[in-house]
Design a protein around this ligand. Structure first.
Ligand SMILES: [Zn+2]
Ligand SMILES: [Zn+2]
Length: 131
């Protein structure tokens, strides 16, 4: 089944082509790096096999940063409106993409199944039930 997504301004569009929703895994990340990039209290990404993601419209701009672990972190975003589209770490570059879940046309179709960096969870944010 195909899941459509794109950036805020509409210049970048993409598609996830999955055999089933189980091929994707959405997670909340409370790390400070995600807070900065997402401009939010947490990051929300959906992990998919690399070959299941394809850009269908426009193109992304890439930003490379050094993680605290000293491995490179790649992020791609719309150069016009700034929406984050995806990210991936150097080690998994050939295998997976973490798509910014909020850029899916219907983010609710792939709800989160896990959390990372819970020690950095904002104090006002409740623990997510049933993980
Ligand atoms: Zn855009
Ligand atoms: Zn994070």
């Amino acid at each position: 089944m195909a899941y459509q997504g794109g950036c805020y301004c509409g210049e970048v569009g993409y598609e996830l082509d999955l055999d089933s929703p189980e091929e994707a895994r959405t997670s909340i990340c409370h790390c400070n790096n995600c807070k900065k990039f997402f401009g939010s209290a947490f990051g929300l990404t959906t992990k998919v096999p690399k070959d299941r993601f394809k850009i269908t419209k426009g193109s992304t701009k890439e930003h490379v940063s050094n993680n605290s672990s000293a491995s490179k972190l790649y992020r791609e975003f719309c150069s016009t409106c700034g929406s984050g589209i995806l990210e991936y770490g150097e080690q998994a570059a050939s295998r997976v993409r973490y798509v910014m879940t909020g850029t899916l046309d219907d983010p609710g179709e792939l709800p989160p199944q896990g959390e990372f960096f819970c020690r950095n969870r904002e104090k006002w944010m409740p623990e997510t039930p049933n993980f």
